[in-house]
Design a protein around this ligand. Structure first.
Ligand code: AMP
Length: 421
């Protein structure tokens, strides 16, 4: 048996979970202050949801899904992203018939079979938001503002926000035509994947990461020039709203999402200097998605942030200090006859919301004091013969070394008072 986690997965050990929890807390506070509510969807779905909801022509669907048959021979897939599941839930529970927009957020593991490297895993974690039921460009701006506010709150201010508009199916039709005319003469020099993409959806050639493909199509027409009046106006409003909110962005003609249900605003945030996988998050509008999955027309916009990438950025930039885990109070026993007494005190002070612990390995009195220090205890309650005989507790302040004698009634209040100072 191999005692090793599968390639591309990682344990998040307690030394690191404190960092995760801190980031998650900051993110959650922001999501809730922007009126988002948490949704929890299954970790696996019917494979066809992703085939339709992410798109047959994408790398995710064609190469990266963890797909398996269950015992009833149903094809299921570990979710590679969160948007399709949200759209499915919106349709399944007829949420579109209620108060709009619906603002949901999710957090959890995603699964993609890709080549692991720093910042790229097969199981990774995303926090994502989806707002369904409004096509307002101000909602696009708000969504982007939320994403950059989260980064700023984490201390990640050195980001680059890339922004583009991929138009609507109408303007994309004429763009597609001009792209076909541009790429046709050089199509044989494209990589095998792109040759296929060119047949299926030429916009996806622009997404290719192979440098030779970029060279072959250099000077290609940009989608911005093909935008229809409405899409041009939508994009202009998003840009102005961002500028008015002091959000810097880079208009990026190369940022395209080739699938039909992606519409208008597309964005991606990079943090330069964290390695090849510098995108910490991305998102956009997907007005055609709910309909493509069999629901009504319901515009939507969202983004997803990669948790591992955020942590990588914080660590690389030296911002990754975690909060010291540990306890406020440690109970030190001078004799194991006092175990029952110690348990009673622990129960009492923990109920009062005080973080507390004791030794369970038979350490000597001196070793218990050392252990209390390691746990970061500010106070130690000493229980020895004298204390038990005379019915009081000795409370030792580990910083000032001061000791107080307290009775049972005074204990919790005194601890709280000292902790507050
Ligand atoms: P996407 O769903 O591809 O738009 O990705 C959104 C974000 O998720 C990216 O910007 C990354 O931060 C993160 N992400 C995507 N794929 C991976 C992966 N394989 N490993 C770690 N993070 C990822």
């Amino acid at each position: 048996m191999q005692v090793k986690a599968p390639r591309g997965t990682a344990d998040i050990l307690p030394g690191n979970t404190a960092k995760w929890q801190k980031i998650e807390r900051i993110i959650k506070e922001h999501l809730e202050s922007f009126a988002y509510q948490e949704v929890r969807t299954p970790v696996f779905e019917h494979t066809e949801l992703f085939q339709h909801g992410v798109g047959q022509g994408t790398d995710i669907v064609s190469k990266e899904m963890y797909t398996f048959n269950d015992r009833s021979k149903r094809s299921l897939t570990l979710r590679p992203e969160g948007t399709a599941s949200c759209a499915r839930a919106i349709i399944e529970h007829s949420i579109y018939g209620g108060v709009l927009p619906v603002k949901w957020y999710y957090t959890g593991p995603m699964f993609r079979y890709d080549r692991p490297q720093a910042g790229r895993y097969r199981q990774f974690h995303q926090v994502g938001v989806e707002a369904f039921g409004s096509n307002s460009p101000y909602l696009d701006a708000e969504t982007i503002i939320l994403m950059v506010e989260i980064l700023s709150a984490l201390g990640l201010t050195a980001y680059e926000l890339h922004l583009n508009s991929v138009g609507c199916p109408v303007c994309r039709q004429s763009y597609r035509q001009s792209l076909i005319e541009h790429i046709s003469p050089v199509k044989d020099s494209l990589c095998p994947d792109c040759q296929l993409r060119f047949q299926q959806n030429p916009l996806r050639v622009l997404d290719c990461k192979v440098a030779a493909c970029h060279e072959a199509i250099v000077g290609y027409p940009v989608i911005h020039d093909s935008l229809c009046v409405e899409c041009r106006e939508h994009y202009a409003i998003v840009r102005t709203a961002l500028t008015d909110s002091n959000v810097d962005y880079i208009h990026d003609d190369q940022l395209v999402r080739g699938l039909d249900y992606y519409t208008n605003t597309a964005f991606e945030i990079h943090i330069p200097g964290i390695g090849a996988q510098s995108a910490v998050g991305g998102g956009g509008r997907y007005n055609g998605l709910v309909q493509a999955l069999g629901g009504p027309y319901l515009p939507g916009i969202g983004f997803a942030l990669g948790m591992e990438r955020l942590l990588l950025a914080l660590d690389t930039l030296g911002l990754g200090e975690s909060e010291a885990p540990g306890v406020d109070v440690f109970i030190a026993l001078m004799n194991d006859r006092f175990e029952t007494q110690a348990l009673k005190i622990l129960n009492k002070i923990r109920k009062a919301g005080i973080r507390a612990d004791k030794d369970y390995t038979g350490r000597s009195g001196k070793a218990q004091m050392k252990y209390a220090d390691r746990l970061g205890a500010k106070l130690v309650i000493l229980i020895g013969d004298e204390e038990i005989e005379q019915g009081f507790y000795t409370l030792r302040n580990m910083q000032t070394k001061e000791q107080l004698q307290l009775d049972n009634e005074q204990l919790v209040d005194s601890i709280k008072q000292i902790m507050a100072n």
